[in-house]
Design a protein around this ligand. Sequence first.
Ligand code: ADP
Ligand code: ZN
Length: 725
Amino acid sequence: MTGNPLQRVRIIPFQHGLGALDYAVPAGMVLAAGDAVEVPLGPRRIIGVVWDAERLAAPDVPAARLRPVIARLDLPPLAEPLRRLIDWTADYYVAPLQSVVRMAWPSVAFLSPREFTEYRLGGPLPKRLTPERAQALEKLEGRQGTARDLARMAGVSDAVIRGLVGAGTLIAEKVSGDASPPVPDPDFAPPALSAEQRDVADELIAAVSAGQFAPMLLEGVTGSGKTEVYFEAVAEAIRVQGQALVMVPEIALTAPWLARFAARFGCQPLAWHSDLKTSERRAAWAAIADGRARVVVGARSALFLPYANLKTIIVDEAHEASFKQEEGVHYHARDVAVMRGRMEALPVVLATATPAIETQVLASRGTYRHLHLPGRFGGAELPDVQLVDMTRHPPARGQFLSPLVVAALDQTLAKGEQSLLFLNRRGYAPLTLCRTCGHRIQCPNCTAWMVEHRLSRRLACHHCGHQMPVPDACPECGAADSLAACGPGVERIGEEVRRLFPAARTAIVTSDTITSPARAAALVQAVAAGAVDIIIGTQMVTKGYHFPDLTLVGIVDADLGLSGGDLRAGERCWQQIVQASGRAGRGEKPGRVLIQTHQPGAALMQALAKGDADGFFAAEIAARRDLGLPPFGRLAALVISSEDAAAAKAAADTLGDAAPRADGLMVLGPAPAPLAMLRGRHRHRLLVQARRDLPLPAILRGWLAGVALPSSVRVVVDVDPYSFV
Ligand code: ADP
Ligand code: ZN
């Protein structure tokens, strides 16, 4: 490409499945890489982005036959470092470029107008009240949004909302999509840091002002003040007139974090999440892209946004598996965050009490700077951990809590302190079985048992969301009153606790009960006000909550995480138990942790009891090294699926036959996936294990390109997989 301004541009169309295309630049139009444009495609007009022509191939069309670009859209262009991040992500994760571009430019944000018509309840009730309208009226109390937003909030169709607008029940209001977020004040209420905290904070501040790539692991036990310390990096980013991004595992759980942020900085940061209304999303995107949004907190999807002036990225609870995206582009936001730091020359801080093995290895090699916060702030002690051997202290028949745990709950209640029972299983019982014929109720769409949810009186599939009422009789043999709930979920533990301690006030904390930031905030308030005695929760409770009066943690089934046996089972089990235990004794009073296990001799249990993280991880890391598993070798999974069982199997075999061969490369499978059916699709898996020095993305691409598969078959490529089902 020669000449300036450009006469010919290479466009990535936003249309799924289309490759790059060249267009002519009409006289008088000036375009550069990163610009958004409208171009003709056949009889239609589509949107795309101008890309660096030397970085991707397009059909070689003579200049005379190129169609001209229609218009340049009025948007801030995607900057060079972000374009390189997008290139890298698409290449590394073997994903279509346009899918990655779309994460930077969510269409609703940039194509929507600057002013919106929103609606809220306020007019007279409609004359005709259909069930859908009644549902909308109930759900929309106190809410406002565009017709589309309201349809989503109420779970009804757009037509129902338009009907209510027509009836005058919903009244209109004009809202700006340009609202500016408040600017956090870096000096609003800084804490008095301890000497150790100060040292670490100073390093972070220096890294932010240096403006160079600096990946860092900020490790410290739960309660050591990691949040307070990385807030200093955020404050520095604000002081130097830049932006900071804080990535959190789940935005629904950030209520306590937001409150702390506001206490430290005087106002809320900008939260980026999927529940934003259209006007909020547009305003948020615009403020991020022009730099008015100074601090952004978000989950994975906040990572690719086009920050105008980013100075640092913090990945909070960096060990969390939810940073791994499991649909669309299968990327790991922790790793891409580090790569963004490299492209944009800024420090990236991975904050965690229980770093992932990949992170530990990089820190030990010196690739990541390793910062430590040694103890709990204010001298609070780490809890005393004790194993409960379930073979020696079994629960009463039909119960799940050992007498030792029951006694500890009793003592804690008597002292007026709070307890937490941790079981990483939602619902009442994971399996419903017929006592007459042995039938197990299974999801019609998945290879999975239906999980009983007694609170909502339904059976639910945790994989596809399929639901059904709990039947009165066995669906197989028809026997009445013959269905038995097998095994515990948190709801069942809650029932046991209420039977044992009828006067205790309990709260069940799962994604079924904490469905919104408001609910999370209400829970925190209730616990802080002492209105809850015993919390029974899934991993949801382990995320960042700080309850000073919580002194007892019981791990109901420590063995649960060890089953399944995937690569990270031991590590994940360790993280969950340590994080759950970390809720105990965060205030003045010392904490105590009881771990129920049938395998008290297992290395993991012994390490937990002794608090021997170093020993446990040294053994895990050695095993990974011996087996060439990540981070010493690399893995990629191919999941082949189809609604047609035979087509899925045939495609898997075809891919298996075409598997690449190379020294240091091993392809396992194809084999039926452990979840052999998911959402009605039959699934097969191939697993690639490769030495680190092999060009894995190119190998995968070449493999896939050499095989033609029917359109009924889908192949998902998962590089650095976390899920092995
Ligand atoms: P972590 O993120 O490591 O779990 P936090 O930052 O949440 O730790 O700190 C734990 C608790 O101690 C919080 O309530 C926090 O406000 C408090 N804390 C930590 N450091 C300080 C400090 N220097 N001054 C006052 N409170 C602090
Ligand atoms: Zn299902």
